[in-house]
Design a protein around this ligand. Structure first.
Ligand code: HPA
Length: 276
């Protein structure tokens, strides 16, 4: 897509949204698999299904609702993505990250990104919430590939604090206040949709990854390009392939995500209040 065409689409989407929604979101929240319960805490809600939003891709995967939810959480204005777009579904990197661009042009200055991930670090247990401190992009693509949209950010954005240090420190304090003691970790993004092989997991462990998943990195790259601060949280839904002598299933991933959902939702609520 040409630059001007993309900017025009973005403006069209923005106009559609600001006609329906009269709050200006301060904070964006991307809700991962089975973690959508956060939207129940949003007050004065305006819900827009993705199908209704011009230029939005449409989500297909099980456990993903597919709507933008605008409103207030403990007095802070938010826009939450209930359901995200995955590279493995066949979308381009540009489509996967389009909603983050929309957040950017709506004036969002901070983003909380969540996901379900496999635990590689043997100190993790299924059900742990981990603060992402850095990432490794193993997806074989980058959402910024192509002409730079110089109105939206720099050609070569710095990712040395892709996950804002001050926010991570605040998040640790906030976590303790809600009774959680998260560890920090490096998230490796694979394109999926097959889960990793045990050899791939040994490789990822060797290169410094603590967690593995199939999302988040494209959105975080775009958020950084657009000048947003980012906080990332993974819910360890399973130990990665070969770490335990047991097979992986999407059912296990969803079960763990559901088991942890209440705690997770409380944490994100406290984060929105404390960081926005
Ligand atoms: N691998 C990749 N993505 C995942 C996993 C995993 O083990 N668990 C949840 N998402």
């Amino acid at each position: 897509m040409r630059e001007q065409e993309f900017m025009d689409k973005l403006s069209e989407t923005r106009r559609f949204i600001i006609e329906k929604v009269n709050i200006e979101p301060q904070m964006g929240v991307i809700l991962g698999s089975g973690l959508g319960g956060f939207v129940d805490l949003i007050e004065d809600k305006v819900v827009i299904p993705y199908q209704e939003i011009p230029n939005f891709p449409v989500s297909t995967v099980e456990g993903h609702k597919g709507q933008l939810v605008f409103g207030k959480v403990l007095g802070k204005t938010v826009v939450a993505m209930q359901g995200r777009f995955h590279f493995y579904e066949g979308y381009s990197m540009q489509s996967v990250t389009f909603p983050v661009r929309v957040m950017q042009v709506l004036g969002v200055s901070g983003l909380i990104v969540t996901n379900a991930a496999g635990g590689i670090n043997p100190a993790y247990r299924p059900g742990d919430l981990i603060l992402i401190k850095d990432h490794i992009n193993m997806m074989g693509d980058n959402p910024l590939r192509g002409a730079n949209l110089s109105n939206l950010g720099p050609r070569f954005p710095d990712l040395s604090e892709g996950y804002d240090l001050e926010w991570r420190q605040k998040a640790l304090t906030i976590a303790r206040e809600v009774g959680i003691h998260p560890q920090e970790g490096v998230y490796a993004a694979m394109s999926g949709p097959s889960y990793e092989s045990p050899a791939e997991i040994r490789f990822l462990r060797t290169i410094g990854a603590d967690l593995v998943g199939m999302s988040t990195v494209p959105e975080v790259i775009i958020a950084n390009h657009g000048g947003m601060r980012v906080l990332g949280i993974s819910c360890v839904t399973n130990m990665a392939a070969g770490i335990l002598s047991q097979r992986l299933s999407h059912a296990e991933v969803m079960e763990t995500a559901e088991r942890i959902e209440k705690q997770f939702v409380r944490f994100v609520q406290a984060l929105v209040k404390g960081l926005a």
